[in-house]
Write a protein that binds this ligand. Structure first.
Ligand code: ZN
Length: 364
C-alpha cells in the first residue's frame, strides 16, 4: 500500500523519506509482505514496517522499538529487546495489520551503539551500576526523543493506536500529542539472564512490569534490621512470587536457621528459589544455599567482596548486589573475611573478630 503524501502536515520534521519498499518477513512459520519506510529526523535515523490496510483498522497495533544491537542482532538474553520485537511482529501478523516504528540510533536509550558497548564494558569490567555509568556519560538515564514517532504516525495517517508497551511515559506522550491510545501489555518472561535488566527498568524507569524486584523483597528485611540492629534478617522467595521461609535472629548461623525453616514449611526445594539477606553471607554459607537449590542470593549492597563473588561463581549460584534505592539509613558494618585456610575462616568487623571452624562448625 502507498500513502498519499498530502496526508502529511505541512511542517513535517521528517527528511529524506525513502519507500515504501515491500519485503517478505518470516514470522513464526508464515511469511507476510510488510511495507518499509526510511526516515531521517533531527539527525537521527528511523524506519517503520507496516502490515495491512491501516486505515480500515479501529486501532492500529503499534510497537515503538529502540534499537538494541545486543538483543535484536545478537539475540542476547540479558535484555528483553529481542523478545519484545519478535512478540510485536507475531501480534501484528496474527492481527493481519499493524506497525513497528524502529529508532535506528536509539541504542542505550538514545546514546547510540558505541555507548551501549561501553555500558556493558563498564558494568562487567568495572562493576559500575547503571546510574553511575550514565553519570559518567553526563547523560540522563533516558535521552530518547519521540518527536519523530509523532511525525511518522502522521505520515502514515494513524490516529487510533493500540500501543504494545509497558512504558507509561510513552503512552502519556502519545496521548499528549493528541492520539487515541490504548495499551496492549507486552512483557517478556523473567529469566535468570534478563532479571537484573528488567528489574532496573521497573525501579529506575517506572516500567509497569508485573513482577516484584529484588528491592521489593529486600526493603522489608532492611527495615526489620534497622529496628533490630543486632539481628540478621533473611527470607527465601519462590519464583519471585511468595516468601516460603523467613527468619530473624542474633545467631550468625543465618543459612542453617533459614534453611531449617524452609524444610519445616514442607516446600519442595526446586530451582527458582532466591535468598534475600539483610547482611553479607559468610563464605561457607554459600555452599549451603547452593545445596538447597537456591539460584540467587541477593544482598542490599552496591559492591560485593571478591571472595564471595568467586565462591558463588564456583558453586553456580548468582550472588546479586542490589544497593541502589535500598541503602541503610545508618551505615551497617559487615563481617569481612580477613584470613582463611581449609580449617578456619577469620572475620573482622570494627575491631571485633570471629573464627569459623570449618570441620566442627560453630563460631569461636
Ligand atoms: Zn536490549
Amino acid at each position: 500500500m502507498t500513502y498519499s503524501h498530502n496526508e502529511q502536515p505541512e511542517n513535517t520534521i521528517l527528511e529524506n523519506i525513502v519507500g515504501p519498499v515491500s519485503l517478505p518477513l518470516k514470522i513464526d512459520e508464515s511469511v507476510n509482505y510488510f511495507q518499509l519506510h526510511y526516515f531521517e529526523c533531527q539527525g537521527k535515523r528511523w524506519a517503520c514496517a507496516t502490515l495491512g490496510d491501516l486505515h480500515s483498522m479501529q486501532a492500529v497495533p503499534l510497537r515503538i522499538e529502540s534499537a538494541c544491537f545486543f538483543g535484536h542482532v545478537m539475540h542476547s538474553q540479558q535484555c528483553d529487546c529481542g523478545f519484545q520485537l519478535d512478540e510485536a511482529f507475531r501480534r501484528i501478523a496474527r492481527n493481519k495489520g499493524g506497525v513497528v516504528i524502529y529508532g535506528i540510533d536509539q541504542d542505550a536509550r538514545g546514546l547510540g551503539i558505541e555507548k551501549h558497548f561501553r555500558i556493558y564494558d563498564y558494568r562487567q569490567n568495572e562493576n559500575l551500576d547503571t546510574d553511575e555509568i550514565y553519570k559518567r556519560f553526563h547523560a540522563p538515564l533516558d535521552s530518547r526523543s519521540y518527536e519523530a514517532v509523532t511525525a511518522i504516525l502522521h505520515f502514515l495517517g494513524i490516529h487510533n493506536i493500540l500501543l504494545m508497551s509497558n512504558n507509561q511515559e510513552r503512552l502519556a506522550f502519545l496521548r499528549k500529542q493528541g492520539f487515541q491510545v490504548e495499551r496492549d501489555e507486552i512483557e517478556a518472561p523473567l529469566t535468570q539472564y534478563n532479571m537484573a535488566t528488567m528489574m532496573l527498568e521497573k525501579e529506575d524507569l517506572n516500567y509497569q512490569w508485573s513482577f516484584h524486584t529484588h528491592g521489593d523483597w529486600l526493603l522489608p528485611l532492611q527495615q526489620q534490621a534497622e529496628e533490630h540492629p543486632d539481628c540478621y534478617v533473611a527470607c527465601v522467595v519462590k519464583d519471585n512470587r511468595e516468601i516460603v521461609a523467613d527468619w530473624m535472629g542474633e545467631s550468625w548461623d543465618v543459612a542453617t536457621s533459614l534453611l531449617a525453616k524452609l524444610s519445616d514449611s514442607n516446600n519442595r526445594v526446586e530451582n527458582g528459589l532466591a535468598v534475600y539477606l539483610s547482611d553479607l553471607p559468610r563464605l561457607d554459607e554459600l555452599a549451603l544455599y547452593a545445596k538447597a537449590g537456591v539460584s540467587f542470593v541477593v544482598v542490599p549492597f552496591p559492591v560485593l567482596p571478591d571472595y564471595l563473588k568467586a565462591e558463588a561463581r564456583r558453586l553456580g549460584i548468582r550472588l546479586q548486589d542490589w544497593g541502589r534505592e535500598n541503602k541503610y539509613k545508618q551505615p551497617r558494618p559487615q563481617w569481612i573475611l580477613e584470613e582463611h585456610s581449609d580449617s578456619q575462616h577469620i572475620y573482622i568487623r570494627e575491631g571485633e573478630r570471629r573464627v569459623i571452624r570449618l570441620n566442627h562448625g560453630g563460631i569461636v
